[in-house]
Design a binder for this molecule. Structure first.
Ligand SMILES: Nc1ncnc2c1ncn2[C@@H]1O[C@H](COP(=O)(O)OP(=O)(O)OP(=O)(O)O)[C@@H](O)[C@H]1O
Length: 335
């Protein structure tokens, strides 16, 4: 069973936290003991491959799906029990919202505001907030997908929520639309709101998020500030050798970790330190594996993600529990 020291921190530091959250659909395990921590006032990425349990997690938070076990809190209040008290502080897009195609963006929002009991004046404010201030009179059906998605975000802002939950908001958008949504999410965080955004797209999260939870098969594999994943000191060494098995075994004995990505071994230090490219080359040469390529690069979230999911896969095949990475939001997780 996992013991998470962060679960005992003050609730006000977290917009969302979950503890040992689980959900299965029949025999299909969607979420498998998920410990999630979303800090207040930032963009937090929920990053994981398709089918890793992101949507199910968000739906459980919003009371759309019942959890099998575990606890969830939004702004320190237990949900779903206290959802009625907290729901007005939450805006979410977890499936495509419906708008009237033949009327303007402004009119669409006015109708929605009326149904929510929100003052019409708020419509102008939310249009401005998502960068649609000059587009309110455009008909919905004439808008680009990016504008439609920004309208959806504007709709979630009508109630002035402090937490926004977006499930894959850039899906299906072209680069311009993706850029618009990214800018909008950043602006929301700059205005003091918390944005919890799911994505399977590493570069997307890398560009927009302040912190991230990497999800694999329904569990949080790693969690922390993005800067921790992309630390300036962090260096990747990539090598190409004739025999990857011999090469990675020699590296392992010398205190390195290696992950095969394409034809290259990505090398890090097992103790989390910075790998010395010369030591890597020496280690490989000692077992007759002279690198045909040796590339030194700054770590990316992609690399961290590949390393982490490689570990998780190894854990599964060896039947031992996944260990989340230490140093996350300054605290360790013990499995
Ligand atoms: N209503 C459902 N009934 C049965 N299985 C479901 C249901 N919802 C989700 N699942 C399954 O649970 C697992 C996790 O799905 P989920 O949609 O939460 O993942 P995801 O990370 O959001 O992936 P994607 O990006 O593909 O939506 C998948 O195997 C999915 O098929």
């Amino acid at each position: 069973m996992s013991v998470d020291h962060r679960w005992s921190r003050t609730p006000t530091q977290w917009a969302v936290r979950t503890n040992d959250l689980a959900k299965s659909f029949g025999r299909n395990v969607a979420v498998a003991g998920l410990d999630l921590h979303v800090p207040v006032g930032a963009v937090h990425g929920l990053l994981g491959p398709n089918g890793s349990g992101k949507t199910t997690t968000l739906r459980m938070l919003l009371g759309l799906v019942h959890a099998d076990r575990g606890q969830m809190e939004i702004f320190g209040l237990r949900v779903p029990e206290r959802l009625p008290e907290v729901i007005n502080r939450v805006g979410a897009i977890v499936e495509s919202p419906k708008f009237y195609p033949s009327i303007t963006l402004r009119r669409n929002l006015e109708i929605l505001a009326m149904s929510l009991g929100v003052n019409r004046r708020r419509v102008t404010e939310v249009l401005l907030e998502v960068g649609l201030g000059g587009r309110g009179d455009n008909r919905f059906q004439q808008c680009s997908l990016g504008m439609k998605q920004r309208l959806a975000i504007a709709a979630t802002l009508l109630k002035e929520p402090q937490l926004l939950i977006f499930d894959e908001p850039t899906n299906g958008l072209d680069p311009a639309g993706i850029h618009e949504i990214r800018t909008t999410m950043r602006a929301l965080a700059e205005a003091g709101r918390t944005v919890l955004v799911s994505s399977h797209d590493l570069s997307e999260i890398e560009q927009v998020a302040d912190s991230v939870s990497v999800i694999g098969r329904g569990r949080v594999i790693a969690e922390g500030e993005l800067a921790e994943f992309l630390s300036g000191d962090e260096v990747n060494v990539e090598v190409e050798v004739d025999n990857n098995v011999v090469g990675s075994e020699a590296l392992r004995r010398a205190g390195f970790r290696s992950t095969l990505v394409g034809s290259r071994l990505h090398v890090t230090r097992a103790d989390g330190g910075r790998p010395d490219p010369r030591a890597v080359a020496r280690t490989l040469a000692a077992v007759d594996q002279y690198p045909s390529h040796l590339v030194v690069s700054r770590a990316t979230l992609e690399q961290a993600y590949l390393d982490l999911t490689a570990d998780e896969h190894l854990s599964a095949t060896q039947g031992r529990p996944t260990t989340a990475q230490p140093g996350l939001f300054g605290k360790g997780v013990v499995s």
